[in-house]
Design a protein around this ligand. Structure first.
Ligand SMILES: NC(=O)c1ccc[n+]([C@@H]2O[C@H](COP(=O)([O-])OP(=O)(O)OC[C@H]3O[C@@H](n4cnc5c(N)ncnc54)[C@H](O)[C@@H]3O)[C@@H](O)[C@H]2O)c1
Length: 296
């Protein structure tokens, strides 16, 4: 299957990522079905599309014709099997639970046309942990979008040892047609490319602080002005959530035993205190004013 032959895309999961991936594909001219087992989630997704498209027209970002076309290109469905049955490409975006993803892929393999490519939008699970649940591992890979997928350009296409060159090239082609900037990873690696570099920056910033080299504010300023990072590491960790950062570190440490992944003392201290970043009003920085202003 080549990129040019792909006309029908089915997105499985209409959550945070899925409904926006579906809309981005519909805006690029694909015929898209977004399927979810939850009627409530589908209703929320439909409401988002019904608000988003007119808003873009009002802001002059889309013509009324383009918005109408995108609206026509996208349907929502609670019938996952039926939605997958006509797909050339299926983008799975269900929760990050390996067993669930394997179950979904095994079912997709049975109901999708033989030629269909099946990709996962997983943040961390490499497709070789899923591909063997299907009888078509050569047509399985990762297609990792960033949040919010309607607006974020990068997409990591990760080729597993089972993925054919043709499949990887087709998925890269779809990214381009969607106006995205695809990166092809020739090997599976934990955290893929962008999140690996990001967590290396976080790790180094935490190490410098834990060693007493500089203050949190100065490390952030140095990286902001010295390296041109718009969101410096401590601010960014507060945005992501310190509990999530710690969980990821712990998982890497458990898996590898590599001391480089040993969680930073200041990170553990913050999480134990319940200072998890923006969402709790305090992390490395204080956000209580901001949260009060937003009526949290
Ligand atoms: N949230 C992010 O910032 C982000 C960024 C990049 C990648 N991802 C990845 O995208 C995937 C989805 O994440 P999310 O944040 O959108 O999750 P989410 O929980 O917001 O949405 C998942 C959706 O999948 C649906 N679902 C569950 N089981 C299903 C099934 N068997 N068939 C069909 N639908 C089913 C749920 O009803 C839900 O609507 C995960 O693998 C995650 O790691 C998330």
């Amino acid at each position: 299957m080549t990129a040019r032959e792909i006309k029908n895309i089915t997105v499985i999961g209409a959550g945070t990522m899925g409904h926006q991936i579906a809309l981005a594909a519909a805006l690029s001219g694909y015929s898209v079905t977004c399927a979810d087992v939850s009627g409530e989630q589908l209703a929320r997704a439909r409401k988002f599309v019904d608000t988003y498209l007119p808003q873009r027209v009002a802001r002059g970002k889309l013509s009324p014709g383009e918005a109408a076309e995108a609206g026509k290109n996208l349907v929502f469905s609670q019938d996952v099997d039926e939605s997958a049955a006509r797909a050339d490409l299926v983008i799975e975006s269900v929760p990050e639970i390996l067993e669930l993803k394997r179950r979904v892929f095994s079912r997709l393999d049975k109901v999708c046309p033989d030629h269909a490519i099946l990709v996962t939008n997983s943040s961390f699970i490499v497709s070789s942990r899923i591909a063997d649940a299907t009888g078509r591992p050569d047509r399985v890979c990762n297609m990792h979008f960033f949040n919010p997928p309607l607006h974020m350009k990068p997409v990591e296409v990760v080729k597993g040892p089972h993925t054919s060159e043709e499949t990887a090239a087709a998925v890269v082609g779809v990214c381009r047609r969607m106006g995205k900037v695809p990166f092809l990873l020739h090997k599976e690696v934990k955290g893929f490319l962008i999140n690996r570099v990001l967590s290396a920056t976080h790790r180094e910033a935490l190490f410098l602080y834990d060693m007493g080299v500089a203050s949190i504010e100065d490390i952030d300023k140095a990286i902001q002005y010295g390296l041109g990072h718009t969101i410096p590491p401590f601010r960014q960790m507060d945005l992501i959530g310190l509990d999530l950062i710690l969980n990821i570190d712990m998982e890497h440490y458990r898996e590898t035993g590599d001391p480089v992944h040993k969680p930073s003392p200041v990170l553990v201290e913050k999480v134990v205190r319940g200072e998890l970043g923006r969402k709790t009003g305090k992390g490395f920085y204080d956000y209580s004013d901001m949260l009060a202003g937003r009526g949290y």
